[in-house]
Write a protein that binds this ligand. Structure first.
Ligand code: C5P
Length: 219
């Protein structure tokens, strides 16, 4: 593993949660901190890559040295990803909301004696699957993440096939693991060659190992 194995390569990374508005002051979100995606972007930059970092509203600061595109919603993340292509590799670490509120109000919802608000939802685009299934400018390596709470390897293997990506980085986000929002991760890397269980380590060490693997793959 040389000092700058990713020199001259453009890598796109999505990270963090998305916020889906309900009205101008309220939104639906999730517990993603952005820690793993940020650590990965940092490791890719250290390995010499030019990194476009498309991030939702995360708890951690974006990595210095990345081209940072800050977004709120899944639709904005989708548009920013497509604007940043082409890339040699794309890694989708963001926890994208599956649904947006299609009945979002442009005025603050008020309490009413007439009853409770009812939210209607629409499905968000699957950004990873869309890029993995591109025909002309598909990145040479497309990597997804899978946050699972049970049967991690089986679900992640099925997800790899369904989305059409090259690799899936799967982890167990059951609350007792402390992984979501924590500083450590325990991952299973699913590739075309099968499943590799990595020992529990810091998110920074997971990032370094992943960047190394991406470097080996892109040479
Ligand atoms: O289907 P699921 O949400 O579990 O898939 C997780 C993977 O798909 C992650 O890599 C995530 O970043 C990506 N994803 C996406 N767009 C969505 C939903 C998930 O890019 N709308």
């Amino acid at each position: 593993f040389g000092p700058k194995p990713l020199a001259g390569k453009h890598v796109l990374v999505t990270s963090g949660p998305t916020h889906e508005p309900i009205d101008p002051v309220r939104y639906i979100a999730n517990r993603s901190s952005g820690a793993q995606g940020t650590a990965l972007a940092r490791a890719l930059i250290a390995a010499g890559a030019r990194v476009t970092f498309v991030t939702g509203p995360a708890d951690v600061a974006p990595p210095s040295g990345a081209d940072v595109v800050a977004v709120q919603t899944a639709q904005q993340m989708h548009d920013a990803v497509h604007a940043a292509l082409p890339a040699d590799a794309a890694v989708f670490a963001a926890a994208v909301a599956d649904w947006r509120v299609s009945s979002a109000s442009d005025r603050k919802l008020k309490k009413s004696k007439d009853g409770l608000p009812v939210l209607e939802f629409a499905e968000n685009p699957d950004i990873l699957a869309g890029v993995a299934q591109m025909t002309d400018t598909r990145p040479a390596l497309v990597v997804g993440f899978a946050a699972e709470t049970d049967d991690v390897e089986a679900h992640a293997t099925a997800k790899r096939a369904r989305k059409g990506c090259d690799w899936i980085v799967a982890n167990d986000v059951s609350p007792e693991t402390g992984i979501m929002g924590g500083s450590e991760n325990a991952v299973i890397l699913i590739t075309e060659d099968g499943a590799e269980t990595w020992p529990r380590m810091s998110k920074q060490d997971v990032a370094t190992r992943l960047a190394e693997r991406i470097g080996n793959r892109l040479v």
